[in-house]
Write a protein that binds this ligand. Structure first.
Ligand code: A2P
Length: 358
């Protein structure tokens, strides 16, 4: 580790994840010598705070990375595709939060609790990829179980919060929710018919971010559809689990956007080679890095997005044996998608990078 610290650039500094990256760098006392806040030309003139000081937000350009050691990218896949190679050429190591480089065989895809040793391979392209938010939290919870019982198959359904799509999406959800709450006049003495007719005008609503209204709705589509009729988000969970944890695990996913603010929830079903009781799984997970077990049905205690928001840990609960098969478990896994699902995971990678490699 360099004694005087590192020059760090945050690309997408004005966005939901970029902003959190800056917070996490500060909170975890990352050895920052100089911090460069980068965004689009639209943000020129704005400032962002770090360690109590205002920093100007500068426009990202091809020459932004001269003298920068580490670039934390979260401004979208096309920005990473265009600018990461310039950073890499300028000897800046890119930690990229977008999907663009994830499946590149020359780019390590890393969850520090799962495969930190892969970081060593950053040297090929000077790029390390941060996995998809839903994959990260699932694998933090499953790696310790896989080590003991070898997972053969995963069936996962996600309930993903709107912050994962960015600030425009949060704005869209809040505006739709306000409009609906203010214009539907119904109380519990009224008939359900009245509520039904109040809801009718909102069946088809013009939307900008999502294909349909997100307020008071569940959308079984995240990202685009693929030729096999799965969404790209679903296939990311399949592909990335293979690259990070074990290519022999069979994975099937259904990813759903739900009208929550922060924190993704997942119903995870696993089939293992060795039998694990629910108690075995609780014992293993209560000692696992990055995991907090919240599981007391007698007190209705289980992971909630409200408990996960702002929390570094991945919360695991509702741990039950799957009674439909011999060796299976069900789990409910919740984590802050902006933190562990994005900014925190990226900064943890940077921490290992400076501790062990540069
Ligand atoms: P800007 O605020 O200047 O548009 P979110 O996902 O929360 O919407 O954030 C996206 C981030 O990516 C923002 O910081 C945004 O900056 C940044 N961004 C978008 N387009 C560009 C671009 N062409 N060049 C650099 N940064 C960009």
């Amino acid at each position: 580790m360099k004694k005087d610290g590192y020059n760090v650039a945050v690309v997408g500094a004005t966005g939901a994840v970029g902003n959190m990256m800056i917070n996490v760098l500060e909170r975890r006392s990352f050895p920052v010598k100089k911090l460069l806040m980068l965004a689009s030309g639209r943000s020129s003139g704005r400032t962002a705070q770090f360690r109590g000081k205002d920093y100007p937000v500068l426009e990202l350009t091809e020459s932004s990375f001269e003298g920068i050691d580490i670039g934390l990218f979260s401004a979208g896949g096309s920005i990473s595709a265009k600018f990461a190679p310039f950073a890499s050429k300028a000897h800046c190591i890119v930690i990229d939060n977008t999907a663009h480089f994830r499946m590149d065989p020359d780019v390590p895809l890393v969850v520090p609790e799962v495969n930190p040793e892969q970081i060593a391979k950053y040297t090929v392209k000077n790029i390390i990829a941060n996995p998809n938010c839903s994959t990260i939290q699932m694998l933090v919870a499953l790696k310790p179980l896989h080590d003991v019982a070898k997972i053969k198959r995963i069936v996962v359904s996600t309930y993903q919060s709107v912050s994962g799509t960015g600030k425009d999406a949060l704005d869209e959800m809040l505006n739709q929710s306000r409009d609906m709450a203010n214009s539907i006049h119904w109380n519990k003495e009224d008939s359900l018919d009245k509520l039904w007719s109040g809801l009718k005008p909102f069946r088809t609503l013009e939307t900008k971010v999502y294909p349909h209204r997100i307020a008071f709705e569940c959308l079984p589509q995240i990202d685009v559809f693929m030729p096999n009729d799965y969404t790209k988000e679903e296939m990311k969970m399949v592909w990335e689990t293979g690259k990070i944890l074990d290519p022999d695990i069979r994975v099937t996913a259904t990813t759903v956007r739900v009208p929550t603010f922060f924190g993704h929830s997942e119903s995870v079903n696993i089939e293992t080679e060795k039998k694990l009781s629910a108690q075995d799984a609780k014992d293993i997970l209560s000692k696992a890095p990055g995991v907090k077990v919240l599981d007391d049905p007698s007190r209705s205690e289980y992971p909630l997005t409200a408990l996960a928001a702002g929390e570094d840990y991945t919360l695991v609960g509702r741990i039950r044996e799957d009674e439909s098969i011999d060796k299976g478990l069900n789990l409910w896994v919740v984590s802050d998608n902006i933190l562990k699902g994005a900014a925190l995971n990226a900064v943890q990678i940077a921490e290992i990078l400076v501790e062990r490699y540069i």
